[in-house]
Design a protein. Structure first.
Length: 627
């Protein structure tokens, strides 16, 4: 990928992409889904609680009435056991034993009703007045029979009901008539109890009893004697059976469209005008059908309220907000980074061009300066030779000072050294100006043979292991690197006669790797980087430029050079040289012994049998330095 393509990608990353919006939409969707699902679960749990509370309330109400039925049938059994009738005193004992007020909350009391024929009314009243002088059957009515209450306990709270005739009012009369006909416990429709000062809706609960002294007939009414009954105020019944503290629903009870009990009114402090749940149920109770409406209350709403969905929604929205903020921040940072990179790139490009221009100018200056320095040096050299010629007759004489010839020798030596420095500087400055676009074959074996002649070396002092020729686009530079490394090794060997240099060449892919190994004095570790610096030398008469030229060439080619050395055991320079086009013209060990001898090189097998360079080095401990 090019730099321009990379920048285009970064620019596109400087704005919210489809991926960013996809992540945001996905995150918001997951947030709302999680909140919705949690809300559904919370509502489902609340609805289950409402249903459970409603069923429990209806069950308790029905169970309480069944409990009261048992008390009525108990009164019937007590009367039957007493011979078919009971006195006020006997009934009081039964009621107190039953403890009806405390054990049967909601019931105002328990009483006895007798059926009285019209022709027996006077005798019945006279008999009752024996124990209760003010006894009266009331109020008057048009029915052909009388059904007065004769006994009720506790009497103190129910005295107004004594003598009350059930036949005077339709609901009371219909209820006891159905009980008489069916022989079952029966409830009346809605009534107002005469003993209830609050005039709240109520009902009567009957349990009939019959004359067992005569054979039963198909018509139960013929044997009907009376009934045991209990008066109820519905409010007291609900409070007794279903205390509001024990339930979280409010009730509305209707019978035949008439409201018996209603908690769902604004006057109720727990009233919820918008209930979470509402349900209408039907209770079949002793001949009556009660419609019970249950609604949730404010207390239920508070208990059922759960902040978990809102927490999830709020947390999700917060995270989404943070994501959006982060995305926007990242895109802004990316844009700022691009602007900064553009500015920095522009500045760096400008600086690089300036530096490159400066380097070019410096190298050209060094080249021109070193070239121009040769002219005065040649003039000085000529002057020295003329002086020496002028003094040629004078110097051999006894009168000539001895320092004159020595100083002339020193002058020529310094001129030679200066020429070497200028030559090295020219060589260093020329690196980079050489352009070799086409690949050229490098005759490694021939080049090393020339080096052997130039350095006056024996054939076994400089050997080559590897292909004798390679093809590369930088042939002259490669020759220069190898020549400088070999010359450096020979010139700084402590014993030139015992000097030995081995060059190992290997081609791997698009890279040439060769090493130049000698048996010289070696280099101390702290000097191994210093030797590549210009004009740096560790001793001797070298200019300090040869290895600098090697490093510069290798760096310009994009290669690398490493040094391995151990004082007293020689030095190895390892060069990795990238080649654009490499062709090995010979393989290792392919040359004949005659060819190796003719070229002055050794094959790979020959080099392995050569005496170890360490064994050939001298005892001199002088360090190897740059040329």
């Amino acid at each position: 990928m090019t730099t321009e393509q990379t920048r285009d990608d970064l620019v596109r990353g400087g704005s919210l992409s489809r991926l960013h919006w996809f992540v945001m939409v996905l995150s918001l969707s997951l947030t709302f889904v999680a909140s919705y699902v949690t809300k559904r679960e919370v509502d489902a749990r609340a609805e289950a609680t409402f249903t459970e509370d409603t069923e429990r309330s209806l069950g308790l109400l029905s169970e309480q009435l069944h409990h009261y039925e048992g008390a009525l049938w108990g009164g019937v059994a007590a009367i039957q056991a007493n011979g078919g009738d009971v006195t006020d005193a006997e009934w009081k004992v039964y009621a107190e034993t039953l403890d009806v007020v405390d054990k049967y909350p909601g019931a105002n009391g328990i009483g006895v009703i007798h059926e009285v024929a019209p022709d027996e009314v006077d005798a019945f009243i006279a008999n009752e007045r024996l124990t209760r002088p003010d006894f009266e059957i009331h109020p008057p009515h048009d029915q052909p029979e009388f059904l007065p209450i004769t006994s009720i306990e506790p009497l103190a709270t129910n005295s107004a009901a004594v003598g009350l005739d059930m036949a005077h009012e339709a609901n009371r009369y219909n209820g006891i008539s159905m009980a008489r006909l069916s022989g079952l416990a029966w409830m009346t429709g809605p009534i107002v109890l005469v003993q209830d000062e609050g005039q709240t809706p109520g009902f009567l609960f009957y349990a009939p009893w019959y004359d067992r002294s005569t054979p039963p007939t198909a018509d139960r009414s013929a044997n009907f004697v009376g009934a045991v009954y209990a008066p109820f105020v519905v409010k007291d019944l609900v409070d007794g059976a279903l205390a509001s503290s024990q339930r979280s629903v409010a009730l509305t009870i209707r019978d035949a469209g008439e409201v018996l009990f209603d908690e769902n009114t604004p006057e109720n402090e727990d009233f919820d005008p918008d209930p979470m749940f509402m349900r209408e149920s039907t209770l079949q109770l002793y001949g009556r059908q009660w419609i019970v409406t249950t609604r949730t209350t404010l207390g239920f709403r508070e208990a059922a309220s759960n902040s978990e969905p809102w927490i999830i929604l709020g947390a999700g929205l917060l995270i989404d907000g943070l994501l959006l903020t982060m995305f926007i921040g990242l895109t802004r940072s990316n844009r700022r980074a691009i602007r900064f990179a553009d500015d920095l790139t522009s500045e760096l490009t400008h600086n690089a061009r300036s530096l490159e221009q400066s380097n070019v100018e410096l190298e050209r200056f060094a080249y021109v300066a070193s070239h121009d320095l040769k002219t005065p040096l040649r003039g000085i050299g000529s002057l020295a030779e003329w002086i020496e010629e002028d003094l040629d007759e004078f110097l051999p004489g006894d009168e000539a000072p001895g320092d004159v010839r020595r100083n002339l020798g020193r002058l020529k030596h310094q001129l030679e050294r200066m020429n070497q420095l200028i030559a090295g500087l020219l060589e260093y400055s020329r690196v980079g100006f050489t352009d070799e676009p086409d690949a050229t074959t490098v005759d490694l074996a021939g080049d090393l043979n020339d080096l052997r002649l130039d350095l006056d070396l024996r054939h076994n002092q400089l050997v080559l292991c590897g292909p004798p020729a390679v093809k590369t686009t930088s042939a002259s530079l490669l020759r220069q690197v190898m020549s400088n490394l070999v010359t450096n090794a020979i010139q700084h060997h402590p014993n030139r006669e015992r000097a030995f240099v081995q060059i190992d060449v290997e081609i791997t892919g698009a890279q040439l790797e060769f090493s130049v190994r000698d048996n010289g004095a070696g280099i101390e570790e702290h000097h191994r980087q210093r030797i590549f610096e210009v004009f740096q030398t560790l001793g001797g008469e070298s200019t300090g430029i040869g290895l600098s030229v090697v490093r510069k060439i290798v760096d310009r080619r994009g290669g690398s050079i490493d040094v391995e050395s151990e004082p007293g055991r020689g030095t190895t320079f390892i060069v990795r040289w990238p080649l654009a086009d490499i062709v090995a013209t010979a393989t290792n060990g392919a040359s004949s012994n005659d060819t190796a001898t003719a070229n002055g090189t050794a094959t790979a097998n020959d080099s392995r049998t050569t005496t170890d360079p360490v064994d050939q080095q001298s005892d001199t401990s002088k360090e190897m330095s740059a040329v």
